[in-house]
Design a protein around this ligand. Structure first.
Ligand code: NDP
Length: 318
């Protein structure tokens, strides 16, 4: 069945429903541009799988990630954003307006004057033997989703950034011990997160170590094959779980063939702008942010993208 869109043509289409996409929607809706927003495969984005957000301005006591997203979504709805859960399958801007095709069985199409890509980024995986085999059976890329299953167990987490620290701390609520496996002997995480993790008695740091293979009994993960990056020594160590927290990959599969991206796949935007290499397409949030990657900077670029789309429309229609 075709997707029931309110219109056949929109002025602003937003792809993604994290802080960037939702903020773009608030600004575009308040500018009377009646935006349509496609939520993407993980509605609400990465904040929906995080716990406390302590650094988003305006919440003195912090706020839970999902609550922040819910409130922002309601704000975008209040001003008339049209929301859909369908995925965008194809974008054709070879002639304007842009033609968008959805991934429903009828391949519903519509046109849009502008497109804001705020599709975020997804967890990077290690790409080692056994990782995909034991995914969901001991291996996970989301502590808040799966930590609960590891009550009183010994688990490992790979990574040395803020995400790894945050998730290691979170996992100590359930696990008897959490070993942070990091490929160097210095963490990338912010000082405050490092200190918190190091103070936690359940967290052990295993330096200069990479995971080479996930081994199990075909039903679940049992052991990790580890390599010391300094000595080359290979060891095997028993773990009930492995959490992967080694950063993210930008979600650009639908646009990477039409838009300029950098060598890591991030959409390239003009300096101090959300303009991309295509005139009617703007990009906001983690999909174009190689530096900051914070909820507040995503919201900031979301705001910029809506204002720049509005300026583009003014020039187009007068
Ligand atoms: P980062 O890119 O900051 O860190 C990734 C970590 O994974 C690094 O320590 C890196 O090692 C390691 N790594 C990468 N690839 C591999 C690999 N193949 N094998 C082993 N280790 C690997 O990603 P994060 O997701 O931690 O953070 C992303 C952004 O989000 C940051 O800007 C961070 O500040 C922010 N953030 C902020 C939070 C907060 O403020 N509360 C919470 C979570 C994230 P190496 O250091 O050697 O490169």
């Amino acid at each position: 069945m075709a997707v029931s869109l309110a219109k056949e043509h929109y002025k602003v289409t937003i792809m993604g429903s994290g802080p960037a996409g939702l903020t773009a929607a608030i600004y575009a809706a308040r500018a009377n541009l009646s935006p349509v927003l496609f939520e993407g495969p993980q509605p609400g984005g990465q904040l929906t799988i995080t716990t406390d957000v302590e650094n988003y301005p305006g919440f003195a006591e912090g706020i839970m990630g999902p609550d922040l997203i819910d409130a922002t979504r309601k704000q975008a709805q209040r001003f008339g954003t049209e929301f859909h859960y369908n995925l965008i399958a194809k974008i054709d801007d070879s002639s304007l307006p842009i033609k968008v095709t959805l991934d429903d069985p009828d391949a519903t199409t519509f046109t849009t004057d502008t497109l804001i890509i705020a599709s975020g980024a997804s967890a990077r995986l290690l790409g080692i033997p056994g990782e995909s085999e034991y995914m969901g059976r001991g291996v996970s890329a989301c502590a808040t989703c799966d930590g609960f299953f590891f009550g009183d167990r010994e688990i490992a987490i790979v990574g040395g950034g803020d995400t790894a620290m945050e998730e290691a701390i979170y996992l100590t609520r359930f696990a008897s011990k959490v070993s942070v496996l990091h490929r160097r002997e210095e963490l990338r995480a912010s000082k405050i997160m490092q200190e918190r993790a190091m103070k936690n008695e359940k967290i052990e740091f295993v330096w200069n170590t990479v995971v080479e293979e996930c081994l199990g009994d075909e039903k679940e993960l049992k052991t990790l094959k580890l390599k010391n990056t300094k000595t080359g020594e290979i060891t095997e160590r028993k773990f009930d779980g492995l959490f992967i927290a080694i950063g993210h990959i930008p979600n650009t599969s639908v646009v990477k063939d039409i838009i300029d991206t950098d060598e890591h796949g991030y959409i390239i935007t003009a300096a101090d702008s959300t303009k991309t290499s295509r005139p009617a397409i703007f990009a906001a949030g983690d999909v174009q942010d190689t530096v900051f990657k914070q909820a507040i900077t995503a919201a900031g670029t979301g705001c910029m993208s809506a204002i720049e789309a509005e300026h583009y429309l003014e020039a187009l229609h007068g």
